[in-house]
Design a binder for this molecule. Structure first.
Ligand code: AMP
Length: 561
């Protein structure tokens, strides 16, 4: 649960670490950080039950940084992560938190990259090694002493490591590290296999679990949308086109994110402001007053800054960044639906955060239905509806006040009434896209195409097979992954289509999660897209009328033979 705390400063961490953390924009420790940091600092073994999104990385990275001896240039902490992607993320997090600690070296060790430089980096004085188990075992086979100075061992996402078949590798690694080490294990779930590892390799571990009380949420219409992290701002902008809101609060995690989103909203003409812990109290009160009386319609806030905010006008809560725990989710969405009004809460979920969504659903005892981003047609309809509504009150009166002027202008310009009305509309709408083709072209929401390495690498075993083969991949058709089929559309490069357009259309209109879609190959006169076989017919029916770049997609299953 998000608690009133003395913040990071009260956690007994080295001031340089606290300064670096505050500089990244974190305002206060999350619940898992609040509980784990003192335990790890005190030297206990620990089992932390937490999933991605709770802030678990900093929960172990900060106390470990606090403990390492910068003057010793040898591996002191080893973090094991299931995938190359996570290993890189964790290594980057360490580097961020160590920004003000000169002399700290972090090395990421994973398959698919040459072993030599990794081994050299370890030997050349990296104090922190973040590794996937398979590749680390390869290093151990070359140099069995490489981990002999490690004093702190963290198993991150331990359940995922076991699912990927790393059990034997873990045993080899445990044996290669001095038994006097401190061991911390993080796992979203604690199946018996994990408990048995803990029994064998941890000493009197303390347990940390973010207790989740069941919460009830009523009168709030909730939905979630799957979005890639770098597509959140375009997603919010698109949602705002169709959501009919009075006032709205958008929650993000960092100060920087409040500023970025508020600036993007203002640039689109919304009356929006940021609310974060850096903003002086009297200024914060002004922001809230402005939201109350309608000078502002949108406030982009961190959880801390929004504490105690009670504005009855709020009809919508956007959870742009995932809350740390179900309680803060319930707390956030409770900002709407005040005074018996109906409220709506939307939650953006990145592929890695799906588990957190399940936890929220379990704790609240409610399904948070999946919604889709509005397509170009829905955006167009909403724009026309707004225009119609803004004109409706004028129609009744304007003929009396402006009718004569209109007649004179048609005469002076020698044009039809329709031509003049169209010109006036164009002027009044200020270049806004108001036909389908224009809306489609304008939509910024085209999810980025994740680099292949990032998506396909689930384990070192896979990494080894794939390492360094990018060129070959590009030339030869990739074999289809199990459960995937190739589909074909007659739209291709000559129609102005790029892979991201196809991806965007299928994600938005097909309602698929990003990682359900495989490779997209755009040729001149056609394109091939890998899609899940399961539910294909349904998907193709959903996409029946989908248009991309103004043309019908007409996706069909492609028979390879
Ligand atoms: P994790 O659960 O470790 O994957 O962290 C999820 C996200 O939360 C990462 O993007 C972190 O940068 C961010 N984060 C972690 N701790 C905090 C905090 N105390 N305040 C704000 N953001 C945080």
């Amino acid at each position: 649960m998000t608690q009133e705390t003395g913040g990071f400063a009260a956690l007994d961490l080295n001031p340089n670490i606290v300064a670096a953390v505050l500089a990244t924009g974190y305002e206060e420790p999350s619940a898992i950080q609040q509980q784990s940091i003192p335990i790890i600092l005190a030297g206990h073994d620990m089992i932390g039950q937490a999933q991605t999104g709770t802030g678990k990385t900093a929960a172990f990275a900060l106390p470990i940084l606090n403990k390492i001896d910068v003057s010793k240039r040898e591996p002191q902490a080893l973090i094991l992560a299931p995938t190359r992607e996570l290993a890189l993320q964790v290594a980057t997090a360490f580097e961020t938190y160590a920004k003000q600690m000169p002399g700290v070296n972090v090395v990421a060790v994973y398959g698919g990259a040459p072993m030599g430089p990794q081994l050299r980096a370890i030997r050349n004085g990296a104090q922190i090694v973040v590794a996937t188990p398979g590749r680390l075992c390869d290093h151990l086979r070359r140099d069995e002493k490489v981990l002999s100075t490690v004093q702190y061992l963290v198993l991150d996402e331990a359940d995922e490591m076991l699912k990927l078949g790393f059990m034997d590798d873990l045993e080899v690694i445990f044996d290669a590290i001095p038994a006097s080490r401190q061991t911390v294990l993080f796992s979203a779930t604690l199946p018996s296999s994990i408990r048995s590892i803990a029994e064998r390799h941890l000493r009197e571990p303390k347990h940390v679990k973010i207790q989740s009380k069941t919460q009830t949420v009523t009168a709030i219409d909730q939905a979630h949308l799957m979005v890639h992290a770098d597509q959140k701002i375009p997603a919010v902008l698109r949602l705002l086109e169709v959501e009919e809101f009075d006032a709205l609060i958008a929650f993000v995690r960092t100060k920087q994110a409040t500023l970025d989103l508020a600036a993007a909203l203002e640039a689109k003409g919304y009356k929006a402001a940021a609310l974060n812990g850096d903003i002086a109290q009297n200024q914060r009160e002004r922001v809230i007053d402005s939201l109350k009386d309608g000078r502002l319609d949108i406030v982009v806030a961190t959880d801390v800054a929004a504490r105690g905010l009670d504005v009855p006008r709020i009809t919508h809560v956007f959870n742009v960044d995932m809350p740390y725990d179900p309680e803060s989710y319930v707390h956030r969405i409770g900002r709407t639906g005040r005074a018996g009004r109906e409220g709506r809460a939307l939650l953006l979920v990145t592929p890695r955060e799906r588990r957190m969504l399940q936890v929220i659903e379990r704790v609240t005892g409610q399904k948070v239905a999946e919604a889709r981003l509005p397509n170009a047609q829905a955006v167009l309809d909403a724009r026309i509806k707004k225009l119609t509504m803004s004109l409706a009150p004028l129609v009744a009166e304007s003929e009396a006040t402006h009718g004569e002027l209109f007649d004179r202008l048609t005469a002076d310009l020698g044009c039809s009434a329709r031509a003049l009305a169209s010109a006036l509309l164009r002027k009044a709408t200020n270049g806004q896209a108001l036909d389908l083709g224009a809306v489609e072209r304008e939509q910024p929401l085209v999810p980025s195409f994740a680099p292949r390495g990032e998506r396909t690498e689930r384990a070192d075993r896979g990494e080894r097979r794939e390492g360094g083969d990018r060129d070959r991949e590009r030339r030869a058709p990739m074999p289809l992954a199990e459960g995937r089929v190739r589909c074909r559309t007659a739209l291709g490069a000559r129609d102005g289509i790029a892979a991201k357009n196809l991806l965007g259309a299928i994600l938005n209109e097909g309602g698929l999660a990003r990682d359900a879609i495989g490779r997209i190959q755009v040729r001149d006169s056609f394109s091939l897209i890998e899609l899940p076989e399961d539910g294909l017919e349904r998907l193709l029916t959903k996409l029946k009328d989908t248009r991309v770049a103004g043309k019908q997609l007409k996706l069909r299953r492609y028979r390879e033979d």
